[in-house]
Write a protein that binds this ligand. Structure first.
Ligand code: MN
Length: 322
């Protein structure tokens, strides 16, 4: 599949790169790394997302080049859809009318592209773009190196998650050799928070609860809280990971009341519990250690449904007999 992507890039000229709504470090880093790769080959390339570039990623090389787009209105030779489980994830209209290249590292992705390049062994899509860059014979410059490093750093949870391997460090080492600045990148990702984010974190963490086994913890953000603090959706990023730092906690659920009685739920696992399976039950998705879904209704009902499913999956409560 990599060779098909190489052949396509070599033979075509005009490309669009996009990724999912509320882009994360891998979608931003991978999209911009591909942008710089195509640029250095003299291609015409547009990077466009439905949403704004999140605050944490505003310093990434090329972040100011990212456009906002709701509908693809002109023809491209190909559109790269990065890290998306299906064609609707970018929330950009008109993709289906064009030649689409699906690039992802989640084995659960739908094969929606005209070309589907899926590598579930890659720690991040950024790693795949790095391989693509090499396959194209493009020199990894500082821009590419910093974008790929950001993708690797964020998707491995700062090299904490189980997708961190010897290969991850080998690539990270090569990226640093090519000009990526680890301290600079970490500073803009982790030590440049807006005040509102830390205020929100404090309020949300104050709601922390756990089940009787102590293996499941959850936090809640009521609908009016963001308005009171003046916080944005960006400020929600990463909060779910804090309760996971409690020793015996294996799984965390974060109930975010985005609209009254409409909860967006983030699930995280640091053990063997596959939270993608739980999210899928509620029409969501993700991967083994990080997933999300939505539930409508009162908080008590949302909690009962999600926490009940987690307890069943973890063998805390027995599966009901038919
Ligand atoms: Mn990823």
């Amino acid at each position: 599949m990599l060779s098909q992507v190489v052949e396509l890039i070599e033979s075509k000229q005009r490309f669009l790169i996009t990724s999912h709504v509320r882009p994360d470090g891998d979608s931003m880093g991978s999209s911009l790394a591909l942008f710089w790769t195509l640029q250095s080959l003299g291609k015409e390339v547009v990077v466009a997302f439905k949403d704004n570039v999140p605050y944490s990623y505003r310093d990434l090389p090329g972040a100011q080049e990212v456009q906002r787009m709701a509908e693809v209105e002109e023809p491209f030779d190909a559109i790269f859809v990065i890290e998306c489980s299906d064609m609707n994830r970018p929330a950009i209209g008109g993709l289906e009318k064009q030649f689409v290249v699906n690039i992802d590292h989640h084995s659960t992705t739908a094969l929606f592209g005209n070309i589907n390049w899926i590598d579930s062994t890659a720690a991040a899509v950024g790693e795949m773009i790095y391989n693509l860059c090499k396959a194209l014979g493009v020199t990894v410059n500082q821009e590419i190196a910093e974008c790929v490093y950001t993708a690797l750093l964020t998707d491995t949870g700062s090299f904490h998650f189980s997708n961190t391997t010897e290969r991850t460090f080998k690539i990270a080492s090569e990226l640093v050799k090519r000009g990526a600045r680890p301290a600079h990148i970490s500073h803009s990702l982790f030590y440049s928070n807006p005040y509102s984010k830390i205020k929100l974190l404090g309020k949300v963490l104050a709601s922390l609860e756990r089940d009787e086994t102590g293996r499941i913890a959850w936090v809640v953000m009521p609908h009016n809280l963001m308005g009171q603090i003046g916080a944005t959706e960006d400020d929600l990023d990463g909060i779910v990971n804090y309760p996971l730092s409690v020793g015996e906690v294996e799984v965390v659920a974060f109930f975010k009341e985005m609209q009254p009685e409409h909860f967006r739920i983030s699930l995280r696992s640091k053990g063997t519990v596959n939270v993608a399976k739980i999210a899928e039950k509620f029409g969501g998705g993700g991967h083994k250690n990080a997933s999300g879904c939505s539930v409508k209704g009162k908080l008590e009902i949302a909690e009962q449904q999600i926490l009940g499913s987690l307890q069943t999956a973890m063998g805390i409560i027995p599966v009901a007999a038919d």
